[in-house]
Write a protein that binds this ligand. Structure first.
Ligand code: SF4
Ligand code: SF4
Length: 312
């Protein structure tokens, strides 16, 4: 069987939360455009049959006509997964069961109980989450991701992981928090002048301290010996041999303006994918040139701590 072409797609920048740690607030306020259904259908029609779409960032379920989009995919061979903050999951639960091409639901949970609600400025959110996730887990494969920040207390992480284990969540991803400084951006731009970079919210973090903290948390969680599998992301941050970028080598990205793009941090964008087949768009000279320069100079300073790092 032909292997799947993984395409990460930011359908829009809309979100129903306003998390204190959100790295994309400013970007969100700059663009609230929503792609017309007709253009989305055109993009889907322009994808190869062996595509696997990953709808991520923002809140996919807030997108108007999201069920129409899923139904369009159900009538194709394209498979898909969703990353969501779960708030609207309750509303969609009974509909998800019938979506056979929907292979996985990824949920971001960075804190447990009141810490979780405080960071999202909403009380009682975690209580609703506690009700909905076990129900969801009965009908779809659920993966939970936690971004490991230095503010996350060990006891809070332990409680979160033990709760996931108690409700039979199969996979808990512990993600190293992406961060780079303005200097990293400037140094990367000296190497590639045309680079356009979106800067995440934290700057000038001491990565050696953060990595130490990450490893300590990882070892605490591993000692719990739960049934929930722990996924370290990126593993290549800790075990390096031949570093490269998963997004560049193995995946494609569509941005919120339906254009072929590089990644969530490098925002240069190229052809409008509602007008051209993706197989043609990836032959665009400017796109190929930029990808090649990033890979030839890999890792750029902005790439050094990214969750997309992998060992070739
Ligand atoms: S749910 Fe995600 S995109 Fe929405 S505000 Fe929170 S961190 Fe930002
Ligand atoms: S490693 Fe670099 S190119 Fe790849 S996703 Fe991260 S920032 Fe982008």
């Amino acid at each position: 069987m032909k292997s799947k072409l993984i395409i990460n797609w930011e359908l829009s920048l809309i979100c129903n939360l306003d998390c204190s740690f959100c790295s994309q607030k400013e970007r969100r306020s700059k663009s609230s455009s929503i792609l017309k259904l007709e253009n989305i259908y055109n993009i889907i029609d322009n994808l190869p049959k062996n595509s696997h779409l990953s709808f991520l960032w923002w809140e996919t379920f807030l997108f108007p006509n999201i069920l129409d989009i899923f139904n369009k995919l159900e009538n194709s061979e394209i498979t898909y997964e969703i990353t969501t903050n779960w708030i609207l999951l309750d509303k969609y639960l009974d509909k998800l069961n019938n979506l056979k091409n929907l292979s996985q639901i990824n949920i971001s949970i960075d804190w447990y109980w009141e810490f979780h609600d405080n960071s999202r400025w909403k009380k009682w959110l975690f209580i609703s989450l506690k009700k909905v996730i076990p129900k969801l887990n009965e009908i779809k494969k659920v993966s939970v991701s936690t971004v490991i920040s230095s503010e996350l207390e060990n006891t809070n992480l332990i409680k979160l992981h033990l709760w996931l284990d108690s409700i039979w969540i199969l996979e808990h991803k512990l993600i190293y928090m992406m961060n780079f400084s303005k200097n990293d951006v400037n140094d990367s731009k000296k190497i590639i002048n045309s680079l356009q970079v979106w800067l995440p919210w934290k700057e000038n973090n001491n990565n050696s301290e953060l990595i130490k903290d990450y490893l300590e948390k990882l070892s605490i969680i591993r000692k719990l010996k739960t049934n929930t599998k722990i996924i370290v992301e990126p593993l290549a941050l800790f075990k390096k041999w031949s570093l490269s970028c998963k997004q560049l080598d193995k995946q494609l990205r569509i941005n919120e303006n339906w254009k072929l793009s590089i990644c969530e941090f490098i925002t240069n964008n190229f052809n409008d994918l509602s007008k051209i087949k993706i197989e043609e768009a990836i032959k665009n000279d400017d796109y190929l040139k930029l990808k090649r320069s990033i890979l030839n100079n890999f890792p750029l300073n902005i790439c050094k701590y990214c969750c997309k790092l992998y060992n070739k």
